[in-house]
Design a protein around this ligand. Structure first.
Ligand code: FAD
Length: 556
């Protein structure tokens, strides 16, 4: 049962939302609209707190759209003996899959065992077994150890001469930016006010206690003050920037490392399932097929540059290509094969003397004398537990200070927006149902198109398709579907520009970059019409996106 008033992330209501944020006192203000902030907003709103969240760019535009896009137990953390972390994130996979089956999807992962690799046959067998046990994996999904021949049947492209065997186990793939938006939409359904493109500039204090922030809406240029009893800084790689503004950057600090992924056409690396393989420098890299593409990552290097726009360098691309070409010797990938890329920063907690790959992925809460609570570290996979721990602190303080009572965390039972399928495997019958519904069947929508939509929007797919009659009937069906997605995105997912749509709501910039040119006119037309862009604004928006489009394949 939802408490508070259900709200939506509607770009057309920014003005009234800004007015509300500037006038209502909140129990909690969350700064940062990545997965951590979204999780905190959902947890707090569902427990009955009055919540606001502001994000300075788009929701998920920081690290939460630049990950390996796996909801995983973190096999490598087992190697580092981070048992509690493996157990927690392992169990989270099951909860997330249950609550959002459309975006947290089980996938086979193949771990080839190679001569002089980081894991031998016995240690892989024990490691994967322990991994399954810690994560509470169901019997039929537990790891299977494979002989050399079996491993090659699963993946004939592997380098045979170094192969000893393999392990096959379950991981879950996701779309990080869409997971973030679904969590944010659910938080709004529980009454949270959330806005993208609103930056927290400075804290406002009363008797040295932070009681709000001065913020700017970068779309309208409007300045506002947002008041809150408690403030959570969930700004990911920018956490320390805000701690510095609050004069509380003391003790432990962040240690940023950069991770890069590259994308190639599926035909150039046609893997039969995802592969997690050794690299000569003792690191491990994923190669993950996804629709018409395969993506490869990640690098892990110390990062000292500016935080807003980490870029993919030629050296990053060469590293990943070299590692992949070695493990799959017949494919000969070159830089010309790379169709897209992304670079993200891990907001890890610094530990003296440790290199990028050795740093713990554990999360940590920092307390400031001003009352600002900062949460950093962690993983996409563990966001729900991170949120629970953070909101427990907020609730305890509010209960003590104000003699109020809030309910316990129950996000493990909250179905995320789009995730409400009737039973475990209902996604397939939902797809069939849509296909045969008269109004969609008449349009000739293919199964492939429906599947693509359902794995983005889940049970909200019908809401997207219901908008088709409002699109241009002269356009191709693909263009009309994209235009309907734009309409849904503007009214329910706070889409405000081309990048929000092509990069984070649909992932096209990464995985279907070649389709963008074809869909661009329909998408731009709908955005301009609904958001009331002038010709000059339209040109400016196009230029900004074109740059991002080119940068995905430009490497210094
Ligand atoms: P962010 O997503 O960066 O969000 C912080 C937000 O705060 C940003 O959107 C930013 O714009 C906003 N912000 C900053 N300052 C302000 C301000 N002043 N006002 C308003 N807003 C502000 N985890 C997994 O579980 N699985 C994986 O497969 C995985 N792979 C990874 C691969 C790479 C290469 C990297 C880098 C990380 C990976 N992770 C993975 C970790 C995971 O992606 C991160 O832990 C997680 O996304 C961090 O989310 P966040 O919300 O804390 O930070």
């Amino acid at each position: 049962m939802k408490s508070g008033i259900s709200k939506s992330l509607n770009s057309l209501q920014r003005k009234s939302l800004l007015a509300r944020m500037g006038s209502e006192p909140y129990d909690l203000l969350v700064i940062g609209g990545g997965i951590t902030g979204a999780g905190v907003a959902l947890d707090a709103a569902s427990r009955g707190l009055k919540v606001a969240l502001i994000e300075k760019r788009d929701f998920g535009s920081g690290t939460s759209s630049k990950s390996t896009k796996l909801i995983h137990g973190g096999l490598r953390y087992l190697k580092q003996l981070e048992i509690a972390l493996v157990r927690e994130v392992g169990r989270e996979r099951t909860i997330l899959h249950r609550n959002a089956p459309h975006i947290v999807i089980p996938e086979n992962m193949l771990l080839p065992i190679v001569a002089n690799g980081s894991l031998g046959k016995r240690s892989t067998s024990i490691g994967l077994y322990a991994y399954d046990m810690l994560a509470g994996v169901r019997r039929k999904e537990r790891r299977v150890m494979l002989s050399l021949q079996e491993t090659l049947q699963y993946e004939p492209l592997l380098r045979k001469e170094i192969l000893l065997g393999g392990g096959l186990y379950k991981e879950y793939r996701t779309d990080d930016a869409r997971l973030t938006i679904e969590v944010m939409k659910t938080a709004a359904q529980y009454g949270a006010d959330a806005m993208n493109y609103v930056a927290a500039n400075n804290f406002i204090y009363e008797n040295n206690v932070a009681i709000g922030v001065e913020a700017t809406d970068s779309i309208s240029g409007q300045q506002l003050q947002i008041g809150a009893k408690k403030i959570v800084n969930a700004a990911g790689p920018w956490v320390d920037e805000l701690r510095a503004k609050d004069n509380s950057l003391k003790g432990k600090k962040l240690h940023l490392t950069k991770g890069v992924h590259i994308v190639v056409p599926f035909q150039r690396l046609p893997l039969q399932q995802a592969v997690y393989f050794d690299v000569a420098d003792k690191r491990m890299v994923f190669a993950i097929p996804r629709g018409k593409s395969t993506y490869i990552g990640t690098t892990d290097t110390n990062y000292k540059g500016e935080i807003d726009h980490p870029t993919t360098t030629r050296a990053d691309v060469d590293y990943l290509l070299k590692a992949t070409n070695y493990m799959f010797p017949s494919i000969h990938l070159s830089i010309e094969d790379v169709t897209s890329s992304w670079a993200g920063l891990r907001p890890l907690i610094h530990e003296e003397g440790k290199g990028p790959s050795e740093l713990s992925r554990k999360d940590e809460i920092f307390y400031s004398p001003s009352g600002v609570i900062s949460i950093a570290g962690g993983k996409l996979t563990g966001f729900r537990k991170m949120a629970e721990r953070t909101v427990d602190v907020v609730v305890k303080q509010l209960e003590e200070e104000q003699n109020r009572k809030f309910r316990e965390c129950f996000t493990d039972n909250i179905v995320l927006s789009g995730g409400g399928f009737d039973y475990d495997d209902a996604i397939h019958s939902y797809i069939n149902r849509i296909k045969i519904q008269q109004q969609f069947a008449a349009l000739g929508i293919s199964t492939e198109q429906v599947i693509d939509l359902v794995y983005k929007y889940g049970t909200n797919t019908t809401s997207v398709l219901d908008l088709l009659p409002q699109t241009n009937t002269q356009d191709s069906l693909d263009m009309r579907i994209a235009a309907a997605e734009v309409m849904y995105g503007i009214e329910h997912e706070m889409v405000t520009n081309l990048s929000d749509f092509f990069t984070r709501r649909t992932g096209m910039l990464y995985f279907e970059r070649n389709n963008i040119e074809q869909l661009f006119p329909a998408v731009e037309e709908k955005l301009a019409l609904m958001l009331g862009w002038t010709e000059a604004q339209r040109d400016e928006q196009e230029q900004v996106f074109r740059l991002e489009y080119l940068q995905a394949v430009s490497f210094e």
